[in-house]
Design a protein around this ligand. Structure first.
Ligand code: HPA
Length: 275
């Protein structure tokens, strides 16, 4: 995507979506590993496959084409992204974050993101839910690099409250009511696709990270650029560090995420309802 016509592309895509959907929600959810089943709780669903949406990145992985889903979660109209674009797949940062740009153009005010992550915090256990309180961006590129469009946000956006304190507090209250154990922590965003070496997990812990993953940070940067309110949550699917001997695998990540899914879903459903 050439940056010259990025604004035009965002508007074109938003126009197309408006032509397809009667009511545009103000709340969006990026369904990461561990939250996919939230789709089952969305009523009156309308699917827009990514392949039919103008300017959306084209999926390279067979059977992983993805959908934008419009519908109602409880009483609240939501847009859900079923499938996201990862940097490790080869997309550039502008492609990874394009859907968030479009959401902003559509009028979305609040973005919920979820992911699977490896835990470095020694208090964490596999299956824990970690509310993201902050992040460390270790991607080789910032999605805002290049020409800044003042229509989209400021040249030098503050990242002081990347993750809404208001929504973190609300999520804590909901977790306490439902007696679900939630941890808080700093998410380290890395390009992947390798899992970390023991020394790298250790390094990320020493610099202040609690969990590490390969997504979320680019989308959150772009959402904050557009002044959206953001809430992020990780499911801890594996643990890493000097003393950890288990080898993380994609299967293990999927399995752990699946187990935590009902709890993550309960919190998210209620949070979106009360938001
Ligand atoms: N590292 C990076 N990404 C991940 C991990 C991990 O250990 N687990 C799930 N996603």
């Amino acid at each position: 995507m050439s940056t010259e016509n990025m604004l035009e592309k965002i508007r074109q895509t938003a126009d197309y979506i408006r032509s397809q959907v009667a009511e545009i929600p103000q709340t969006a959810i990026i369904l990461g590993t561990g939250l996919g089943a939230l789709v089952d709780h969305i009523d009156d669903k309308k699917y827009l496959p990514y392949t039919t949406i103008p300017n959306f990145p084209v999926s390279t992985v067979e059977g992983h084409s993805g959908n934008l889903i419009f519908g109602k979660l409880g009483a609240k109209p939501v847009i859900a992204m079923q499938g996201r674009f990862h940097y490790y797949e080869g997309y550039d940062m502008k492609q990874v974050t394009f859907p968030v740009r479009v959401m902003k153009e559509l009028g979305v005010k609040t973005l919920f993101v979820s992911n699977a992550a490896g835990g470095m915090n020694k208090e964490f256990r596999v299956g824990d839910i970690m509310i993201i309180t902050d992040h460390i961006n270790l991607f080789p590129e910032n999605p805002l690099r290049g020409k800044n469009y003042n229509e989209l946000g400021p040249r030098f956006p503050a990242m002081t409250e990347a993750y809404s304190h208001r929504l973190i507090k609300l999520a804590d209250e909901i977790a306490a009511e439902k007696k679900i154990r939630v941890m808080h922590g700093v998410y380290v965003g890395t390009p992947g696709p390798t899992f970390e070496t023991p020394a790298e997990y250790e390094y990320f812990r020493i610099i202040g990270g609690d969990a590490v993953g390969m997504s979320t940070v680019p989308e959150v940067i772009v959402a904050r650029h557009g002044d959206m309110e953001v809430f992020g949550v990780s499911v801890i699917t594996d643990l890493g560090g000097k003393d950890v001997t288990e080898v993380p695998s994609h299967e293990e990540v999927q399995r752990a995420a699946e187990k935590a899914q009902p709890f993550m879903m309960e919190i998210m459903k209620e949070l979106v309802a009360r938001e």
